[in-house]
Write a protein that binds this ligand. Structure first.
Ligand code: G3D
Ligand code: MG
Length: 328
């Protein structure tokens, strides 16, 4: 069970909870969590353990013409029961993202005055802002990672490659909207962090243009899985694609890593069949690694989750094996 709580600093009563979803804690209990605001030295992320619950929190400010210091102090918290053994640092990103989105809502400070009688003449505007705050909290709850184990706090790295135009960037944008996420685009590499199947995954989408191909290798260091994207509607490039595929698979850093091949753009007609692509890329030649071909449309969100889910399970499996070997 996870609960999200939004608290603020009331000018007379001090820290007060404003929104709790789902509302299962008593007001007293929620107030205790709001009071963590007094303990936070700095803006930003922190974890606090009570005897029976653990909270991950993000402390931030919102400009406010109505507040004494011209800003509201805000605390957003996620509450777990104390048996939770997740690596809680993965909550920093969704909470930081929440804080950033929340601060950008116009006049959002008004939502803190929902029960303030001196602001009765703004009642409607305030109710509107309160609703927006609540919606964002609901969104936050949905965006939190669902599962509850992590592999010794590790983040997995996925390396996404393929010819230019295959759909790598579209694919990353697709999962960005479905899962929870942050991106750091740079000139020729798109980096995306996601949380999936208990794993924090960092994806590198390395530009497929020829002039960048040699820079791929720098991103392969300590990679845990490979995703090769192929444009199934353009079989004329399959030989070129196969060369690139085997070039990367030949790197020492790539040995033994699970490989997910995405036969992308299957929404386009005609496109190569599964057999044609397995054949053209000579996937049956592969040994010493798990591989799987999945048909996708990054555009229409077909097969994408299935693909990521498969590869993250392969990585978890590999890690479980490594951990077991270490124990024996
Ligand atoms: P890349 O990052 O691998 O180079 P992009 O490829 O993601 O930039 O995609 C190249 C083009 O293919 C884009 O079109 C993109 O919209 C399109 N595309 C990606 N995936 C799919 C898909 O599943 N189906 C279809 N029909 N198109 C797709 P533009 O026109 O923007 O160049
Ligand atoms: Mg791209």
């Amino acid at each position: 069970m996870k609960i999200v709580i939004l608290s603020y600093f009331h000018s007379i009563f001090g820290p007060k909870p404003l929104i709790q979803i789902p509302k299962v804690l008593s007001d007293e209990r929620a107030s205790e969590i709001a009071k963590l605001m007094d303990m936070a030295f700095d803006k930003g992320f922190f974890i606090h353990k009570f005897s029976d619950v653990i909270t991950t929190n993000y402390f931030f400010e919102v400009p406010s013409p109505w507040a004494r210091g011209k800003k509201e102090m805000v605390l957003v918290s996620v509450v777990f029961n104390s048996e939770n053994e997740e690596n809680l640092s993965i909550y920093e990103t969704p909470l930081a993202e929440f804080a950033s989105k929340f601060s950008k809502i116009r006049d959002i400070y008004q939502s803190f005055y929902i029960s303030d009688f001196s602001k009765l003449k703004y009642k409607e505007a305030i109710q509107e802002k309160f609703k927006e705050a609540k919606n964002l909290m609901e969104e936050l709850l949905k965006a939190l990672p669902i599962e509850t184990v992590s592999i010794q706090g590790k983040a997995a790295k996925l390396f996404i490659f393929g010819l230019d135009g295959a759909g790598k960037t579209t694919l990353l944008n697709r999962i960005k909207h479905n899962l929870f996420i942050s991106t750091a685009p740079t000139l020729n590499v798109n980096i995306l962090r996601i949380v999936l199947n208990n794993l924090q995954i960092v994806c590198f989408d390395v530009a497929g243009q020829k002039r960048f191909r040699n820079s791929w290798r720098t991103f392969m260091n300590a990679t845990n899985g490979l995703i090769f994207v192929f444009d199934s509607s353009d079989l004329s490039r399959i030989d070129e694609a196969r060369e690139e595929l085997y070039r990367v698979l030949g790197y020492e850093e790539a040995q033994g890593l699970p490989l997910l091949v995405l036969s992308n753009k299957i929404d386009l007609k005609p496109h190569g069949s599964v057999e044609e692509i397995i054949d053209g890329l000579q996937l049956n030649r592969l040994n010493n690694r798990e591989w799987k071909l999945i048909e996708t449309s990054a555009l229409n969100n077909i097969g994408v989750e299935e693909g990521f889910s498969w590869i993250s399970k392969q990585i978890l499996k590999n890690w479980a094996t490594i951990l077991q070997m270490q124990e024996n």
